[in-house]
Design a protein around this ligand. Sequence first.
Ligand SMILES: [Zn+2]
Ligand SMILES: [Zn+2]
Length: 191
Amino acid sequence: MPKRIILCPIGFVEGDVLDRIARSIERRCGVAGIISAGMENPAYAYDRGRGQYNSKLILKHLSECCPDDGLMFMGITHVDLFVPILKYVFGLAEIKGRCAVISTHRLRPEYYGESPDPPIFLARMEKTALHELGHCFGLTHCRDRRCVMYSSTHIEHTDLKKPDFCPTCLELFKWYLEKSAIPRQLKADSS
Ligand SMILES: [Zn+2]
Ligand SMILES: [Zn+2]
């Protein structure tokens, strides 16, 4: 069965966000990107004290229902994500795994008191998805601020990046893509 990249909306996510990410990842991996049936809001991951959602619990859930033909299974949610050691994360991925989750919440200009700006928002979503994709295939953070694998701890970092791997990360990415090894380990990210 051919492998596919599967994007899963968790709660409400705009169609153009899903399409942009599917096409972008598809281009890098050379396999079909499809959008699966959505999941409901991840109430099981809500932390009442923080008013946010624990991304590790969402990732665990995705991992448990990851389709066999999923080269990658990425959940995309509108809820605000955290990991216990950080105030927030833009996304979380399994290093050398198949699952990742990213959030639209802090990528919208409106979150920072600015006017809605769909091109900026979509570019941020694409970069965040590619970053987590890189982690899934085994890439770690890059020191090149323009590389999509640079760690974003603030939205400014995301805006500075290009939606592409630097030459070194690209070579590694291609290599890992061919090998596609699967030992699992969590990688927390402010990006
Ligand atoms: Zn790089
Ligand atoms: Zn990262």
